[in-house]
Structure formats: structure tokens, C-alpha cells
Design a protein around this ligand. Structure first.
Ligand SMILES: [Zn+2]
Length: 62
């Protein structure tokens, strides 16, 4: 199987499993975007998890 897609930047045929164009270096939004989305969700969950501890710390300092 050799699925290909066209690079939006330089219009060359790139293998579909690559997340970056080897001709011009264009990064396909799909995989990288999903990774960033997961990072933000992880940070948000961490913040929600840490919020009671931060409140306790603020109360203890007062
Ligand atoms: Zn390209």
C-alpha cells in the first residue's frame, strides 16, 4: 500500500504516513494538531487536579 497526498505548500506527492513534506518542510496539521490538543487537555486536567491544593495553600498562608 502506498497512499499519497498532495502537499498544500509545494504541490508534490508525499507518502500519506509522513507528517512533514520532505521537499519544502510543510507540516501537515493532522497529527501535530492532535498532539497539541492532548497536551492542553493534560495541562487543564492537571490544573483542575491541583486547584484544591492551591486553595489549601492560600488558606494556610492567610
Ligand atoms: Zn511541500
Amino acid at each position: 500500500m502506498s497512499a499519497k497526498r498532495e502537499c498544500p505548500s509545494c504541490a508534490s506527492e508525499i507518502p500519506a504516513d509522513m507528517d512533514r513534506c520532505f521537499i519544502c518542510g510543510y507540516e501537515f496539521a493532522g497529527k501535530a494538531g492532535r498532539r497539541n490538543w492532548r497536551l492542553w487537555v493534560a495541562l487543564l486536567l492537571l490544573l483542575i487536579f491541583l486547584l484544591p491544593f492551591i486553595r489549601m495553600l492560600v488558606r494556610a498562608l492567610r
